[in-house]
Design a protein around this ligand. Structure first.
Ligand SMILES: *[C@@H]1O[C@H](CO)[C@@H](O)[C@H](O)[C@H]1NC(C)=O
Ligand SMILES: *[C@@H]1O[C@H](CO)[C@@H](O)[C@H](O)[C@H]1NC(C)=O
Ligand SMILES: *[C@@H]1O[C@H](CO)[C@@H](O)[C@H](O)[C@H]1NC(C)=O
Ligand SMILES: *[C@@H]1O[C@H](CO)[C@@H](O)[C@H](O)[C@H]1NC(C)=O
Ligand SMILES: *[C@@H]1O[C@H](CO)[C@@H](O)[C@H](O)[C@H]1NC(C)=O
Ligand SMILES: *[C@@H]1O[C@H](CO)[C@@H](O)[C@H](O)[C@H]1NC(C)=O
Ligand SMILES: *[C@@H]1O[C@H](CO)[C@@H](O)[C@H](O)[C@H]1NC(C)=O
Ligand SMILES: *[C@@H]1O[C@H](CO)[C@@H](O)[C@H](O)[C@H]1NC(C)=O
Length: 415
């Protein structure tokens, strides 16, 4: 079956919509490029994003309000956060999120000075060094803090972060290692941060404004970084489908680490930087019951799209196997090429050579194919200068557009 919706069509429709909504907006598609190779809609070994990262901006939270009034405030235009470069804004610190049904057996976070997936010469790739690690069987945990949404609840901000107990989902009073072979059910979620504590809460401080009383930790930095996982996502066994929001829809994803420290599931978009585009990357996500055994990968930011809720989804999918341990992860290359893969060769060692990593990825691309989604080049720093195919809107229009999206998407439909 041919995959019919390509990125160009999608972007064209967004651009058209925007042109209709904002006839005064300066939208130009001349400098954009978007393409997808390998048009077959089937399972792949590797999902690639090329040209990931752009020059843009988002707004940090300035004031959080846990009362029913819910009067959270974002930064003003004058103190928005401007970012640029490969993988931006996902080059900023991120937290790692896990939703059941899921068993996490092992995990590792790595950095490297230089790694380009697009380069065929392995000599151009430096060694990867592991800086954070969890192994359930040996109960090893290095530079890891397990948190979950079991803190105080608020109608405005949702459930606050707390330390996770060894079951991953109930609250603990201090940092606790996830027990070996812990299965979390549909809807349940735990989060991995580093073990580096945040300084005090405050706009412009190391962790920005964060919610009162939470265990606040830094996420995982870097342009050139990699996250590897050994995990199972068995079929949900509960029959009570209606009592779940995400029945049998597991996921592993990254968020700008400011999001969970403020409000991950807010009832008002001013309580988190998410809607302004600080960044989400879905690594392995099951989207719906119809495709319960397909993992999709999606970027949620404003690089060539105005619809952050839908985001930019890679056209391919990777097979979810109910009965087996799956191994793989995501590599963010120095040049803005990002690969999501599953390969049984994956080994979460303390160092990994660039050539071994390229070998794992190229073996699965040869066996199962690779699908590449190339993102448009875009610039939108909110200074009035807007380049790129489907840049959402000019500076003075941004919040209106974000509110429109928000109304469509709803406050809690994103993960
Ligand atoms: C961890 O769990 C796995 C899977 O159930 C089991 O095979 C293994 O023996 C356990 N390891 C330890 C040290 O308990
Ligand atoms: C953080 O993790 C590293 C690596 O395991 C360890 O050396 C360090 O002592 C930990 N720091 C804290 C504050 O726990
Ligand atoms: C938190 O509060 C909201 C509404 O105030 C409620 O819908 C939700 O179920 C509560 N969550 C928990 C975990 O108690
Ligand atoms: C822990 O992870 C952070 C996150 O990026 C990293 O900066 C730090 O170097 C790591 N700590 C150790 C001891 O590896
Ligand atoms: C978010 O903040 C903006 C700017 O202060 C305000 O106009 C808007 O009404 C707020 N949104 C909500 C849902 O409160
Ligand atoms: C399920 O999700 C996939 C990927 O987003 C999408 O292409 C498909 O249309 C969805 N199916 C249904 C029935 O919603
Ligand atoms: C890797 O990519 C970076 C960023 O695009 C570039 O500066 C560098 O020259 C590339 N290195 C190699 C060996 O291809
Ligand atoms: C990986 O190995 C497991 C068994 O160890 C097997 O069930 C699975 O099919 C393999 N996956 C791939 C993609 O080859």
């Amino acid at each position: 079956m041919k995959f019919s919706t390509n990125l160009i069509t999608l972007l064209f429709s967004i651009a058209t919509t925007l042109a209709q909504q904002y006839p005064g907006g300066s939208l130009s598609s001349s400098s954009s490029s978007a393409s997808s190779t390998n048009a077959l809609y089937s399972d792949f070994g590797v999902l690639d994003f090329a040209n990931f990262g752009f020059e843009g901006y988002y707004k940090h939270v300035k004031t959080l309000d846990s009362s029913d009034t819910c009067a959270c405030k974002l930064a003003d235009n004058s103190d928005r956060t401007i970012f640029k470069g490969s993988n931006a804004p996902l080059n900023e610190e991120v937290s790692i999120h896990f939703r059941g049904p899921l068993i996490l057996s092992k995990y590792g976070y790595y950095v490297s000075d230089q790694f380009n997936l697009s380069s065929t010469s392995s000599s151009s790739s430096k060694t990867w060094e592991r800086l954070s690690y969890y192994d359930g069987a040996s109960q090893t945990s290095e530079n890891v803090t397990f948190l979950t949404h079991a803190g105080s609840n608020s109608s405005c901000l949702g459930a606050a972060l707390s330390y996770a107990a060894s079951d991953g989902i109930s609250s603990a009073s201090s940092s606790t290692i996830l027990a070996n072979d812990t299965l979390i059910a549909s809807d349940d979620e735990f989060i991995i941060f580093s073990n580096i504590t945040c300084g005090s809460s405050g706009f412009g401080k190391d962790c920005g404004v964060y919610r009162d009383g939470i265990p606040a930790y830094h996420g995982f930095y870097g342009t050139t970084k990699m996250f590897l996982f050994e995990f199972e996502m068995p079929e949900e066994t509960s029959d009570d489908e209606d009592s779940f929001e995400f029945y049998n829809l597991p996921a592993i994803w990254l968020l700008n680490a400011n999001i969970p420290r403020t409000s991950q599931y807010p009832s008002n978009e001013n309580c988190s930087c998410w809607a302004t585009g600080c960044g989400e990357f879905d690594i392995f996500e099951v989207m719906n019951q119809t495709e319960a055994t397909h993992f999709y990968s999606t970027i949620h930011d404003y690089q060539g799209t105005g619809d952050i809720g839908t985001g930019l989804q890679n056209h391919g999918w990777i097979q979810r196997e109910y009965g087996s341990v799956m191994k793989g992860g995501v590599v963010f290359g120095t040049d803005g090429t990002v690969a999501v893969f599953l390969s049984n060769s994956t080994s979460i060692d303390s160092t990994i050579s660039g050539s071994d990593l390229l070998g794992w990825i190229s073996t699965v691309s040869e066996d199962d194919g690779v699908v590449t989604s190339t993102l448009v080049s875009a610039t939108n720093t909110g200074s009035g200068k807007v380049n790129g195919g489907a840049n959402p809107v000019k500076f003075d229009l941004d919040m209106r557009y974000i509110l429109t999206i928000f109304a469509i998407v709803g406050a809690i439909s994103f993960i």
